[in-house]
Design a protein around this ligand. Structure first.
Ligand SMILES: [Cu+2]
Length: 283
């Protein structure tokens, strides 16, 4: 029985590793400028963790095999172990994992902690159960005033935009995120109710939206197209419906879109959504 268990452990371990090494299920093709560095870090981390996992499982199977019940009724012996070994592998493990964490934070921190570059295209993202609202500044590039007291979902004023503010006249609010290709984008993330999470797998970008907080993040997408945008935080009973699209548009097409007045903006967005196709799955 001990041998069977050992072999099962090895098969399960190698099967798990094969799921990753064959890359049958893998990330979609990346479309952001930081993605290469992030994917490199991911590969490094998963390779080191994978090697440690494989070694540990092979060792576990070996112990199960070697110390199986052979029916000779010999008594087990107690050993206290080795303090030196304990210290060595604790330090080695700590160095590896702290090293990976320190290396990994540089890309992440550059997008989450640093200020967005000057000239970034800015969008306010207001999440709510269960939809995305993207607030565009319009032709003047200045956001109209918003006030939580003016929020009225029944009249479609989801973000509380103050119509009396002159800067709000050319603003547009839409459920789809449209950003320029090749130009930095700054998102200012807010939530009206619970924690939501902005996630576009191709962007290699994921960030929570937290009620009461205004979270600034930035990135640059460089591949025009239509991409699925999901809420990646279980935010309520209709969480699964909280999805939308992100359109990455060539700069000129994007500039023309955001300069349109609100009603034409909505119509143009519908056209653009039909014009661009989602990437083929599995790539
Ligand atoms: Cu959500």
């Amino acid at each position: 029985m001990g041998r069977v268990l050992a072999v099962i452990i090895w098969i399960l371990a190698l099967g798990s590793v094969a799921l990753f090494t064959t890359k049958k299920w893998w990330f979609p093709t990346a479309i952001s400028s930081h993605a290469a560095a992030l994917d490199r870090q991911f590969m490094l981390t998963i390779t080191i963790v994978g090697l440690a996992f494989t070694a540990a499982q092979i060792g576990l199977g070996y112990m199960v095999w070697k110390y199986r019940d052979t029916g000779d009724r010999s008594r087990a012996t107690y050993t206290h172990g080795s303090n030196r070994l304990e210290v060595v592998w604790t330090i080695v493990t700590a160095v590896i994992f702290i090293g990976l964490a320190v290396m990994g934070q540089s890309v992440w921190a550059s997008l989450h902690f640093n200020k967005a570059p000057a000239g970034s295209f800015r969008v306010y993202v207001v999440a709510q159960q269960f939809q995305w609202n993207f607030h565009y500044a319009g032709k003047d590039g200045v956001f109209g005033r918003t006030d939580p007291k003016l929020i009225d979902d029944s009249s479609l004023n989801y973000i509380g935009l103050d119509d009396t503010d002159p800067n709000a006249k050319d603003d547009a609010v839409h459920s789809v995120l449209a950003i320029p290709s090749g130009r930095p984008v700054e998102l200012i993330l807010r939530s009206k109710d619970v924690i939501h999470d902005f996630w576009v797998p191709q962007l290699r970008f994921k960030q929570d939206l937290v009620p009461g907080m205004e979270i600034h993040v930035h990135f640059t997408a460089n591949q025009p197209g239509k991409y699925e945008l999901a809420c990646a935080e279980l935010c309520g009973s209709l969480h699964f419906k909280m999805k939308s699209y992100m359109l990455v548009l060539p700069e000129a097409e994007h500039q023309a879109l955001v300069a349109l007045p609100q009603d034409q903006f909505q119509a143009r967005m519908t056209e653009l959504l039909a014009k661009y196709q989602l990437p083929q799955t599995g790539n």
